[in-house]
Design a protein around this ligand. Structure first.
Ligand SMILES: Nc1ncnc2c1ncn2[C@@H]1O[C@H](COP(=O)(O)OP(=O)(O)OP(=O)(O)O)[C@@H](O)[C@H]1O
Length: 313
């Protein structure tokens, strides 16, 4: 049985198709990431999967139960950490966890060892008496996770759990996720950080409610058509402007201080690029072919999609 399954799952808000016929499945014990730009429909998907929001059409199943209709049957098997996870700033770490234990109606005595376990797990034991409002961003997220885990869920939904968290705390957080995975928990996470998506077994790329691709990170990289050229120039922003004019149907993107060019025929594209930059008064760039990163996949697939939409207009 799949831990998570959606069939043509859709959600409309008036004219906006926030989720558009999304069909995917996540196996038990899998670590799955949903990625995509802001407004792609990731949070709405999670809300429907957790039974918080009704779909407009299509179906969502968690552990074989249709959501939201059969939600109560699996409620105790689902953990959910939303973007605006409700921690009470005036309550201490321990009180916050206890509060969530009460929501799940877990008997106070029986839950005590679980709380100890979670505090140790999230390395929050030394801070258990600190008000949540006085924790660092990374600690708040770990406390949010501890609260979402109080009832030992089998499927965990995390909506951008490390958003705005520093890199060290992000690594800590992911270490915890790996431990959960080792315990057999299925994890479905949305993230804006593609290095995090790279750590997942499979990644679904959403754009304007649609699933553009869904596969293992390495397999997704194979979807970049042609090749990726990386250009180093003295003025990368100006280079992007010149190259965008030279490659009206191609893809040009700024990657830090470098320019990435997606081309069906990289060799030919390199010649065109050099010419375009020289015509624009720039000295010849250093050009090398590079392995596509997940970011390249995202940029090139979204551009392809947008161009396809443009050509249909
Ligand atoms: N309750 C709502 N009412 C109206 N429109 C909504 C509502 N929730 C989401 N939307 C719209 O649906 C689309 C998808 O939003 P959603 O929050 O699911 O995207 P997302 O991929 O999670 O992005 P983000 O990371 O910014 O939350 C957006 O256009 C958003 O404005």
């Amino acid at each position: 049985m799949d831990a998570i399954r959606t069939e043509k799952l859709s959600k409309c808000f008036g004219e906006v198709r926030a989720v558009d016929e999304l069909t995917l499945s996540v196996a038990e014990g899998e670590l799955f990431a949903l990625i995509g730009s802001d407004g792609a429909g990731k949070s709405t998907t999670l809300r429907m999967l957790t039974g918080i929001m009704d779909p407009t059409s299509g179906a969502a199943y968690v552990l074989g139960s249709r959501m939201p209709e059969q939600g109560p049957k699996v409620a105790e098997s689902i953990g959910y950490m939303s973007q605006r996870f409700g921690l009470y700033p005036d309550l201490t770490v321990l009180e916050n966890i206890r509060f969530y234990a009460e929501i799940h109606m877990l008997p106070r005595k029986a839950v005590a060892p679980r709380i100890e376990e979670l505090l140790a797990f999230a390395k929050l034991a030394p801070f258990k008496d600190r008000p949540a409002g006085k924790l660092s961003g990374g600690m708040k997220q770990k406390l949010g996770l501890a609260c979402a885990l109080i009832h030992t869920p089998r499927v965990l939904f995390l909506d951008e759990p490390t958003n705005g968290v520093d890199p060290v705390s992000r690594r800590d957080f992911w270490r915890i996720l790996y431990q959960l995975l080792a315990q057999g928990v299925t994890i479905c996470v949305t993230t804006a950080y593609l290095d995090e998506a790279e750590r997942c077994h499979r990644v679904g790329l959403m754009h304007k409610g649609k699933l553009l691709a869904c596969d293992a990170p390495q397999a997704l990289k194979g979807l970049v058509k042609g090749g990726v050229l990386e250009l180093e120039t003295a003025d990368p922003r100006h280079a992007v402007r010149l190259l965008s004019a030279a490659f009206p149907t191609g893809s040009v993107a700024l990657f830090g201080e470098r320019v990435h060019l997606y081309a069906a025929d990289p060799e030919q594209a390199a010649g065109v690029a050099v010419h375009a930059l020289e015509q624009g008064g720039m000295s010849p760039p250093t050009i090398r072919p590079v392995e596509p990163s997940l970011e390249d996949v995202v940029v090139s697939m979204i551009r392809e999609q947008e161009q396809g939409e443009g050509s249909r207009l």
